[in-house]
Write a protein that binds this ligand. Structure first.
Ligand code: SIN
Ligand code: MN
Length: 267
């Protein structure tokens, strides 16, 4: 279940690592099968697109669903997260981003750690995300774009976007609160180029909190659903646990080290 030394080296060099087929089609389908129920049962962490009709994201699914609670404890995910962070880990954030056929909107260029630093007071970037493809992702249905190596720029200061919604809603909308400027994107791409995160359903992609990324709208007739789990090192938990500003579905309150499912246990 551990990742190899070469894979770790590649993760630290590029800021991301792709693992095709980490989840079987059956296990991936179990994650997909939950989504109709989520859509039918409103939760505070469910977010709509700007049209106010289409679901954009379900946040904190592990807080109310057993399948997603089991997912965060899978050894396939916990072991690499511990290897990358060199510590025990807990879930800071989990979401399913839906990017629905024809209507899924974009995610502007940004880094993730600036949200965890500014909004949640996570002290350092000892934090890693892994996305699991719940659909086949191609160049057509709104894949994430990465700038390889851009995590070495650190946390890039950015001004708050003028058209972003107030409060936590701005942190998850198509008009994101903190965005990286076009000038900075041009210079980072001149150095690192671009990588498009495509692959079959069941693929996992690990990425650094400071990796600069974005994704275009989905104008295709194909859905593009991904689960994103963000593991934080236990030693890097936010300093103000008792006065957290953001809700628990964005800033996880259970900071005990996660215990893993037995290897043979499936979702
Ligand atoms: C993200 O940047 O966190 C998500 C982007 C996407 O779902 O395309
Ligand atoms: Mn992001």
């Amino acid at each position: 279940m551990k990742i190899s030394k070469n894979e770790l080296d590649s993760y630290f060099q590029n800021g991301f690592l792709v693992q095709p087929g980490l989840f079987s089609p059956e296990e991936t389908q179990k994650l997909v099968d939950c989504l109709d129920d989520f859509a039918a049962t409103p939760q505070p962490g469910h977010v709509l697109e700007k049209d106010n009709i289409t679901y954009r994201a379900f946040h904190g699914c592990h807080l109310y669903d057993d399948t997603y609670d089991a997912l965060i404890r899978k050894p396939e995910l916990l072991e690499p997260a511990r290897q990358i962070l060199k510590d025990e880990v807990y879930i800071h954030q989990l979401k399913v981003n839906l990017k629905q056929a024809f209507s899924g909107e974009l995610w502007p260029w940004h880094q993730d750690y600036i949200y965890w630093r500014n909004e949640d007071k996570v002290p350092t970037n000892a934090i890693v995300s892994v996305m699991i493809f719940l659909d086949d992702i191609t160049e057509f249905n709104g894949p994430l774009y990465f700038i390889p190596g851009s995590q070495t720029a650190g946390c890039i200061d950015s001004n708050k976007a003028n058209d972003s919604p107030e409060g936590w809603e701005g942190n998850v909308s198509a008009s994101l609160t903190y965005q990286v400027s076009e000038q900075q994107i041009s210079s980072l791409v001149a150095k690192g180029g671009l990588f498009s995160a495509t692959g079959k359903k069941g693929t996992a992609v690990w990425f650094d909190g400071n990796l600069v990324h974005a994704s275009p709208p989905n104008i295709s007739p194909f859905q593009r659903r991904i689960a994103i789990l963000t593991y934080n090192a236990v030693s890097n938990a936010p300093l103000d646990a008792h006065i957290a500003r953001r809700p628990d579905f964005l800033n996880g309150r259970d900071r005990e080290p996660l215990t893993q499912l037995a290897t043979a246990e499936s979702l």
